[in-house]
Ligand binder design. Structure first.
Ligand SMILES: [Zn+2]
Length: 112
């Protein structure tokens, strides 16, 4: 899975003109129905669908660190590293922010 791309105002993606299926990163063709998609920007806010704590080095990160699948409020489910090295509660509100590497970082709203 490619990491979501943050742009001014949110997460770069696309939405299908036929079935409204959201995708991030953007896809020229809908992954669900193959119809044409238009580029859009989704909110950087969402909720944790699932998360895990990794104890091995992956993607250049030093363990332990956590990844979360985040359901964007108005968009698709994306994968992002969590700011903290711990499992987050399912449904916890998060916001995606830029990070030093090419990934964006999911920050728990309770920490803001
Ligand atoms: Zn579609």
């Amino acid at each position: 899975m490619s990491p979501p791309l943050l742009v001014s105002g949110g997460v770069a993606g696309s939405r299908c003109a036929s079935c409204s299926y959201p995708a991030a990163p953007a896809c020229p063709r809908c992954p669900a129905c193959g119809g044409p998609s238009s580029e859009t920007v989704f909110s950087p806010r969402g909720t944790v669908w699932a998360s895990t704590l990794l104890h091995i080095g992956v993607a250049g990160r030093q363990p332990p660190f956590a990844f979360a699948y985040v359901d964007l409020d108005d968009g698709p489910r994306v994968l992002a590293p969590l700011e903290e090295a711990r499992v987050a509660d399912v449904g916890a509100p998060v916001v995606l922010i830029p990070s030093a590497d090419h990934w964006c970082l999911a920050v728990l709203e309770e920490n803001k």
